[in-house]
Write a protein that binds this ligand. Structure first.
Ligand SMILES: C[S@@+](CC[C@H](N)C(=O)[O-])C[C@H]1O[C@@H](n2cnc3c(N)ncnc32)[C@H](O)[C@@H]1O
Length: 295
């Protein structure tokens, strides 16, 4: 197969994805699913190209992401699908905001400006009790409810933004044995946390660096499984510009697709390579079907 993978099933490149995508051939990937770094919320490295280190949503964060989409649209085949997983960003002392920052809206606006077609998004609900414990957010606590309900507010959802590259899709996506019942379930406009469990992820411990104060939030495997089955044919190339510990690659390989990724942090690359080797050794489909649960 003479394409960007040169006969390999997968490759992870250690480079800033914005710079690397500029060197990738045009229209070289069939689909993309990823979680971008969330500016001002999680910093993964001390590198200046780590988008997690940008703080200003009208300044450096916006600029980084604008450059990102400008390159990203080049590498995706016409008519094909990109799924971006994101969440809204709370106003914090660190980002100087009182209001919640509309990160989802920013991503959609920048993607459209680069030429993408924005089609829809799936909110994924979150268990409010788990979120209250994890984030210690005042708005979710009983104390706020009892002291002053003006500050009480529901849990943040995750979102999957669906974009299409402009142009006609040359190879229809028809394989996969996707059943009508699966589509009835997945076509619902909101995906429920009881089906997409927050803990259904790869193990994050291996990617932890010695000086890390925060660890990575890997994308839930059932989310990846649904969108890879929906939007690729077997053997096609799934791309994650922000590979992390390799969740998107792990599911893609397990489902008989190929994978191409970029990541800047050494520890995550090592963990991702290990995870992808594990998926490669599994029978196609078996690992992901087992670990993502049956739907
Ligand atoms: C939200 S995490 C992705 C997690 C991934 N979906 C998984 O499940 O493992 C974002 C990742 O982007 C990486 N990153 C940040 N800036 C980057 C850049 N400019 N190029 C490539 N990777 C970058 C971070 O190191 C981090 O691993």
């Amino acid at each position: 197969m003479s394409d960007i993978l040169n006969d390999k099933r997968w490759q992870i490149v250690q480079e800033d994805c914005i710079e690397h995508m500029a060197t990738m051939p045009e229209h070289s990937v069939d689909m993309s699913v990823f979680s971008p770094p969330f500016p001002s919320l999680f910093a993964y490295t001390n590198s200046e190209c780590d988008i997690g280190n940008s703080e200003d949503f009208a300044g450096d964060a916006k600029l980084h992401l604008a450059f990102f989409f400008h390159q990203f649209i080049r590498v995706l085949k016409p008519g094909r699908v990109a799924i971006i997983h994101c969440q809204q960003i709370p106003g914090l002392k660190r980002n100087g905001e009182l209001s919640t920052i509309d990160f989802r809206g920013l991503l959609i606006r920048l993607a459209k400006r680069a030429g993408f077609v924005y089609e829809t998004d799936w909110p994924i609900t979150k268990n409010p009790q788990v979120q209250a414990i994890r984030t210690r957010s005042t708005k979710l606590q009983f104390a706020a409810l009892e002291r002053d309900r003006a500050v009480s507010a529901p849990a943040f959802n995750d979102y999957l933004i669906k974009l299409r590259a402009p142009g006609a899709n040359a190879v229809p996506i028809t394989e996969n044995n996707l059943t009508r019942n699966e589509w009835i379930n997945w076509a619902e406009g909101v995906w429920d946390w009881q089906q997409i469990r927050q803990t259904d992820t790869l193990n994050t411990q291996e990617g932890k660096g010695e000086e890390d104060t925060k660890h990575i939030c890997p994308l839930q495997l059932p989310v990846i499984k649904r969108v890879v089955r929906l939007y690729t044919n077997p053997d096609e190339i799934v791309f994650s510009p922000f590979t992390g510990i390799g969740s998107e690659g792990y599911v893609s390989l397990s489902l008989g697709r190929r994978f191409y990724g970029c990541e800047i942090k050494n520890e995550y690359i090592a963990a991702a390579r290990k995870n992808l080797k594990k998926a490669e050794q599994s029978e196609a489909g078996q690992l992901a079907l087992f670990e993502c649960g049956h739907e």
